[in-house]
Ligand binder design. Structure first.
Ligand SMILES: Nc1ncnc2c1ncn2[C@@H]1O[C@H](COP(=O)(O)OP(=O)(O)OP(=O)(O)O)[C@@H](O)[C@H]1O
Ligand SMILES: [Mg+2]
Length: 411
């Protein structure tokens, strides 16, 4: 029996095992320690692509269906809705299972070992404001592992895995892992004694980089596609604002594939006819017809990362030549201030859960891609002004801990 450590992330995933007492990350794709949690159904070649290959197919404009941020669908009713994809009826359990199965077979080929068992990371809460969905999400993910061919799966909180890998970084006083990923923010407060970690409290929030992308898209990109625009009443005078739900979905990585339906096209055609200003709605119509929703999401994400590092722009040339929006670090700070505040509050709640005062936290260890966002760093610094700040590799801090713990799972 061999156990594979798997960090199934909203945006990126990775696998690892323990080799000679150290975490060893397995290259599922050559030269890459992590892979995008992305799936592409290639309609012409009738095959399914994963990771970077899926991203490349999207960028190349290959005819097919792209999906990312699948983890956010766990626990929702969409998980078990069957839909037609390449002559097959599949649900999201199948789609995630195929992604996990790709990790399994890739790791087996690389390690010449059969991995019958999995030690998977999980956020502390998949759904932080809905306990029923939260529990359902774990049931769903467990089923995904079973359908992927694993005989059994055990779960470890993602920030606890990061604490196991990075706990030695702890200095005086308890350490706090701040893992801000694509879908969730997760925290573990711990003490390190004789090289081992003792967890004092773990806590989490369904809020991550994909939420940042959504907010920035709604504030800065969606107005170009009609958000906030007026639609004339079909009968009588006056106008109403365009329905928000559509823009919300177009700005949400996991919702984009659901917009590509005949019904949505009909709705948007009707809107375009009645719009006071036609241009944005005509653009929206072409985005839906040409299925460019993920191209917009990537443009917003790139703009976010560039603006965070200085100044950026949301380059929408893929939709229309010359279409772009400037995005400054200040604008990012304004758009994301409420979300950054919520992340800081959750970090504070983690301390409150174990009766530790924020001023007594000795070190903060940042993990996860979104912990690179200045708004997050500023808010955490404000909450824990006296703590040393350390950083693990943002994309492998969790999988390292899962790799270490995989050796002692199922004992
Ligand atoms: N340089 C950067 N600056 C700011 N944000 C970044 C940077 N690089 C990546 N990100 C963001 O980090 C997020 C992905 O981080 P990560 O890979 O840690 O998430 P994940 O582990 O897949 O998600 P989760 O743990 O929440 O399920 C994305 O939202 C991405 O936009
Ligand atoms: Mg993560």
């Amino acid at each position: 029996m061999a156990t594979l450590g798997i960090d199934f992330g909203t945006s990126n995933s990775a696998c690892g095992v323990l080799v000679n007492g150290r975490p060893h990350l397995i290259e599922i794709e050559p030269g890459e320690k992590t892979l995008p949690t992305a799936v592409f159904f290639d309609f012409d070649a009738r095959r399914t692509l994963f990771g970077h290959s899926a991203n490349r197919a999207l960028i190349a404009g290959t005819e097919g269906r792209y999906m990312r941020a699948l983890k956010r669908v766990l626990g929702t009713s969409l998980m078990r809705e069957k839909r037609q994809l390449m002559n097959e009826r599949v649900d999201f359990i199948d789609i995630i299972a195929r992604f996990l199965s790709r990790l399994k077979t890739g790791a087996e080929a690389a390690c010449h070992t059969e991995f019958t068992h999995a030690l998977s990371g999980r956020p502390v809460h998949f759904h932080s404001s809905d306990p029923v969905r939260d529990a359902q999400a774990l049931t769903d993910l467990t089923e995904c592992y079973a359908r992927a061919g694993f005989a059994a799966v055990e779960f470890l909180y993602e920030p606890e895995a990061a604490a196991i890998a990075n706990g030695a970084l702890s200095t005086d006083g308890p350490g706090l892992i701040v893992d801000i990923g694509g879908g969730t923010s997760d925290f573990t407060l711990y003490t390190a004694r004789a090289g081992a970690i003792e967890v004092l409290a773990s806590h989490g929030l369904r809020l991550g980089g994909t939420n940042f992308d959504r907010r920035l898209s709604l504030d800065h990109a969606m107005p170009l596609f009609g958000a906030g625009g007026a639609i004339r009443n079909t009968f009588g005078d006056g106008a109403l604002p365009a329905p928000n739900g559509l823009f919300h979905d177009l700005a949400s990585w996991e919702k984009i594939p659901f917009l590509y339906s005949a019904q949505t096209l009909r709705d948007v055609r009707a809107m375009a006819r009645q719009a006071v200003d036609h241009a944005p709605f005509t653009r929206l119509l072409s985005v839906l017809e040409l299925e460019l929703g993920h191209d917009i999401a990537f443009a917003v994400e790139r703009g976010k990362i560039a603006a965070n590092a200085g100044t950026g722009r949301i380059d929408l040339a893929v939709v229309e030549r010359g279409l772009d929006v400037a995005l400054t670090a200040g604008e990012v700070g304004v758009s994301l201030s409420d979300q950054a505040r919520a992340i800081g509050d959750a970090a504070g709640e983690t301390c409150a859960m174990s009766g530790v005062a924020p001023k007594d936290v000795g070190s903060v260890v940042f993990v996860g891609g979104s912990s690179l966002m200045q708004v997050v760093i500023d808010r955490i610094t404000e909450m824990f002004p006296g703590a040393d700040q350390k950083r693990s590799d943002p994309f492998t801090g969790v999988v390292d801990g899962l790799a270490i713990s995989s050796a002692s799972a199922f004992r």
